[in-house]
Write a protein that binds this ligand. Structure first.
Ligand SMILES: [Zn+2]
Length: 537
């Protein structure tokens, strides 16, 4: 009389098993049936087949049915061709073998591996472990192989996606190469500039909508560019939203770095695609023309980090939040209020403290610190101002041309849209006569196109004014960062964030201030020296 009621469990994976004839369903079945015919104590009561399921996940329908039979007591024996049919993953497979099956008194047999828990000795257990590890290594190997083909392309800096980021187009000569979209890239530049001027994402979105700039989705539609229906966070009526702005402000693509492989399966054990950690993205710097200077991009990321880290719920951000660094331990200094004889005094201190390894924690009065920083910053701004004056003769033509190009293409795009709006408006009456639109629709469309045309005209005029300003203006965008604060009455948060990288506090009377655009400053000095040299020579 048979004492074991068995299920033959058969699994075929997506691809890898299909090329191996011995792994076919028929072969697995035959092997199990042969085995049972030689073992009269086992009776086959069911067969469960998972076709097209990986061995690294256990969420397979037939497998789950079988486990239900186990828990219901319908079977007490599981037979597979080899262990990898049960699973190719070490931990979970091991859990079934050592914990779950023994708990339910299930005999487990992996024929080709010579595993039979009814005759298990300690050496068999060892074999099981080793087999499992090998199986897992095999899975990892397959996973790496399939991924690597795309990775090679990505690492070469070839663009492999279907849709380009707003601001870029696929080059007509080479679809793996991104080139700036003249119109959209100018908009991206404006978005970054506005952010650096202190505007919030929602303010920027409102401003772009006011200027009738088409949203990314609208822009792609207008130009018949490929676009995915998902992934756009534009508002319903194709207007800009704050989320779209934030997404653009965070996209490294604009600095010329091609970032790919952001989505994938983070681990070979996980089936679903998800966003991978940034450290695993494939980044290729200088893969295409930059729209945004890397230092501006960094500044924007910094603004975000500094503003949120310091005052999560409060509207105000303290003057030096995130900027002050303890010169002793490197910790970020914290602000605190001390109340003495009815008055509030503000201090910055190192939160690490002596106990946690800061040898010389310093406490600084905010008022003294502000005064000292403001004095040095003012001096530096004056240096930049005189440098700017001295450089004004050097190579202005280049900067002028770049600015002119940007505004000219923006103006041309708006003029094109204006023409289109007027054309639609003109055709409306025709449509009314032909009965294509009702009187009511006619009135509403007419108003819409008139409004649109009016806004576009205003925006064209505004851009033309800006173009003129740029043509008359000075070069060296970074210098304007400093110059905008020339003549300011007091030190503002905006000035601190835009102009100062960090302030190292070495002691009560010793600060080290690192200004932003250090490299540019040095380069400008060098340019000046070279120009002087040329003059002298
Ligand atoms: Zn410290």
């Amino acid at each position: 009389m048979p004492t074991y009621s068995a299920t033959a469990y058969i699994r075929l994976s997506y691809a890898s098993d299909r090329t191996v004839e011995s792994d076919s369903v028929a072969n697995q079945r035959k092997l199990i049936e042969d085995f049972i015919s030689r073992n009269p104590d086992i009776q086959l009561v069911s067969e469960k087949v998972d076709d097209g399921y990986s061995g690294i996940i256990f969420d397979r329908p037939a497998f789950k049915e079988m486990m239900q039979d186990v828990t219901d007591g319908k079977i007490n024996c599981v037979i597979v061709k080899d262990l990898s049919r049960l699973g190719r993953e070490y931990i979970e497979t091991g859990r079934y073998l050592r914990r779950i099956f023994p708990t339910y008194g299930v005999r487990f047999i992996a024929i080709n591996d010579g595993i039979d828990t009814a005759h298990e000795s300690s050496s068999d257990d060892l074999t099981v472990s080793v087999k499992n590890i090998i199986n897992e290594a095999y899975c990892r190997d397959i996973s790496i192989k399939t991924r690597s083909a795309l990775d090679v392309k990505r690492k070469n800096g070839d663009f492999v996606g279907a849709f380009t980021v707003y601001g870029y187009l696929k080059s007509e000569d080479n679809k793996n190469q991104l080139v700036p979209d003249p119109y959209a890239s100018a908009v991206v530049k404006d978005i970054f500039r506005m952010r650096l001027d202190g505007a919030s994402a929602s303010t920027i979105a409102a401003e772009l909508n006011r200027l009738c700039i088409p949203s990314p989705l609208a822009h792609k539609r207008n130009h018949g560019l490929p676009h995915s229906s998902k992934g756009y966070t534009d508002c319903k009526d194709c207007k800009w939203s704050a989320t779209t702005i934030i997404r653009i402000l965070q996209d490294e693509t604009y600095t010329g770095t091609l970032v790919q492989g952001r989505y994938g399966t983070p681990h070979f054990k996980i089936k679903e695609t998800e966003q991978l950690p940034a450290s695993e993205w494939v980044r290729v710097p200088n893969a295409h023309e930059a729209i945004i200077a890397p230092q501006d991009f960094d500044l924007v990321q910094r603004l975000r980090g500094l503003d949120t880290r310091t005052a999560p719920k409060k509207e105000t951000v303290y003057l030096f939040s995130g900027i002050l660094v303890c010169g002793c331990c490197g910790g970020r200094m914290t602000r605190k209020t001390i109340r003495a004889s009815g008055k509030d005094y503000y201090y910055y201190y190192c939160p690490t403290g002596k106990k946690n390894g800061c040898q010389h924690p310093t406490m600084l009065k905010e008022s003294a610190l502000t005064q000292c920083v403001w004095e040095s910053l003012k001096a530096h701004i004056e240096n930049v101002a005189s440098l700017n004056e001295m450089l004004s003769d050097v190579d202005q033509e280049f900067y002028r041309q770049a600015a002119a190009q940007k505004f000219t293409s923006e103006i041309a795009e708006n003029e094109r849209q204006l023409e289109q709006a007027l054309e639609f408006k003109n055709k409306l009456y025709e449509n009314l006569i032909c009965g294509n639109v009702t009187k009511q629709e006619y009135a509403s469309y007419k108003k819409r196109y008139s409004d649109m045309a009016e806004q576009l005209r205003a925006s064209i005029a505004e851009m033309k004014a800006k173009l003129q300003k740029e043509l008359d203006g000075e070069h060296g965008e970074w210098m304007n960062r400093f110059l905008q604060f020339q003549g300011a009455d007091e030190l503002s948060r905006k000035a601190v964030v835009q102009l100062i990288q960090y302030i190292q506090v070495k002691g009560k009377n010793s600060l080290r201030i690192k200004f932003n655009f250090d490299d540019e400053y040095r380069e400008a000095l060098e340019t000046l020296a070279a120009a002087e040299h040329r003059k002298a020579g």
